[in-house]
Design a protein around this ligand. Structure first.
Ligand code: SF4
Length: 481
């Protein structure tokens, strides 16, 4: 990028503080030259800083990929969206560029799409702590710590979401909501004001009557259950008894029916690994018998082995004959589900990767289950336009795989939804200039850039979407009668 380009970008970003620059560079002030021109032409190379929160030497040293680029221009183009640090001792993200700096050389119709926002669903992480220590989960790693959202912050957030017209809230993120004492009060509050409330839960503890009653009023419930094999489940999920899960589920369904209401749509979430895939069809059959409407399979992520337990491994890491067995078993389970009208999903690309794990440099053996997009490709993703995950510590994420785009303790939720990082992310998805997270994202398929642009345009022009893109209408709209 040339000098004129950098000057234009930095000016539009409003991140060059001329007053600060001149106050700290007496020679520039005395010379009476344009401070921004001076900074781009000389100042950056002379280690002069453009903003009190931006230390060019610190930034370039911490992120060597900046290379010879102007550090502030690099931050505007790349670092801000990645939450990169801009000075030592920072507690949060650096200063955010003004959205005017976005869409450098981008046509007007793309700028329009980048600025669109229609939040359709929010995951509200009441807690990131968990009552379990599943052996394939980050929670089991020794350095994991969780946090729980303060009730007052939850109430404030609810008001914000209601004011923004959000009516669909899933009350969990990384942790287990039902491990928070009195968690029902959060749910009761949302249901009381007419929200469509959902949850993903491990159902591992036998629920009280009060918990069952409130769960029976949920729109949908996704239950984490990896196998019907009691011993294996105890080992995978550390002491979980499959009978407790099923008892809880049936009690919730019965409570709804007793009230004369529809039961919540029930989905089962299954983390696939080398140990549980042989029983997948049996698991799906049992779920169908219990009225489960969606089966969502995903690949496990491989964390370091833990001592004294049965460690598990991703399917792509298995020998060839075992991988073929896994493909066949997944196929059978999916066919059974579909034959009985239930949805069956698996990470995009995962079947192909199990078949050929050596593609993409063997990344799959560690649990990566997405092929990297090639030139001209992007991901089929609307998440940054329609979804938000609000973590218990206040971080706001545009999906479950990306870095935070802001924190509600430092900016309002509305500001974050309109801020630089989310706009940058949208631009990347529309142009196929994906960062590492989107590049290796397992939940969104690769598609040509032109197709993604058409999809986003249609979504905003056709104004009729009622189902969150990527979600099965089966669970979203079809509770069990
Ligand atoms: S990481 Fe995946 S889901 Fe998230 S914005 Fe990127 S492509 Fe979409």
């Amino acid at each position: 990028m040339g000098e004129a380009h950098d000057i234009d970008l930095i000016r539009r970003s409003r991140l060059f503080d001329a007053t600060y620059y001149l106050a700290n560079q007496a020679d520039v002030a005395a010379a009476g030259v344009d401070p921004l021109l001076h900074y781009v032409r000389y100042g950056a190379r002379e280690n002069r800083n453009p903003h009190p929160e931006f230390d060019g030497v610190y930034y370039s040293t911490l992120y060597p990929e900046v290379g010879a680029a102007n550090p502030l221009a690099h931050y505007i183009r790349e670092g801000a969206a990645r939450g990169w640090l801009t000075r030592s001792g920072m507690a949060g993200p650096g200063p955010q560029p003004h959205p005017d700096a976005l869409a450098d050389d981008v046509p007007a119709y793309l700028k329009d799409l980048i600025g669109r926002d229609r939040l359709m669903g929010v995951h509200l992480e009441i807690t990131s702590t968990c009552n379990l220590r599943c052996i394939y989960c980050a929670v089991s790693q020794p350095d994991y710590t969780g946090t729980t959202m303060a009730h007052a912050q939850f109430l404030e957030l609810h008001d914000t979401l209601a004011a923004m017209g959000v009516s669909r809230v899933c009350i969990n993120g990384h942790g287990e909501t039902t491990s928070v004492p009195g968690w029902q009060d959060y749910a009761r509050h949302l249901i009381g004001v007419g929200m469509d409330v959902r949850i993903i839960s491990n159902f591992a503890r036998e629920f009280s009557d009060d918990e069952v009653e409130i769960l029976s009023r949920f729109q949908s419930i996704t239950i984490s259950i990896d196998t019907l094999d009691r011993q294996l489940l105890k080992e995978l999920r550390r002491q979980v008894d499959v009978r407790t899960i099923i008892l809880n589920q049936v009690r919730v369904q019965a409570a709804a029916l007793r009230r004369g209401a529809r039961t919540p749509g029930i989905g089962w979430s299954i983390v696939l690994c080398d140990q549980n895939f042989p029983g997948l069809t049996d698991l799906v059959a049992a779920g169908l018998a219990l009225g489960v409407r969606q089966f969502s399979c995903c690949n496990m992520t491989k964390y370091p082995d833990l001592p004294g337990i049965r460690n598990v491994y991703p399917l792509p890491s298995l020998p060839a004959d075992e991988r073929q067995n896994a493909i066949a078993e997944i196929g059978r389970a999916g066919e059974l589900a579909r034959r009985h009208g239930a949805a069956f999903s698996i990470n995009d690309d995962l079947m192909g990767i199990i078949g050929n794990p050596d593609a993409d440099g063997g990344r799959a053996a560690n649990g990566q289950c997405a092929r990297l997009p090639t030139v001209g490709e992007t991901r089929r993703c609307l998440d940054p336009w329609v979804f938000a995950l609000i973590k218990a510590n206040g971080d706001v994420l545009p999906c479950c795989w990306q870095n935070p785009i802001g924190n509600i303790n430092e900016a309002t939720f509305a500001e974050i939804r309109d801020g630089w990082p989310v706009r940058r992310l949208r631009q990347n998805l529309l142009e196929g200039t994906l960062d590492d997270n989107c590049g290796s994202c397992p939940s969104r398929a690769r598609i040509p850039v032109a197709e993604q642009v058409s999809r986003v345009r249609e979504f905003f022009v056709v104004e009729q979407a009622t189902v969150y893109p990527g979600e099965s209408a089966n669970v979203a709209a079809a509770p069990i009668a």
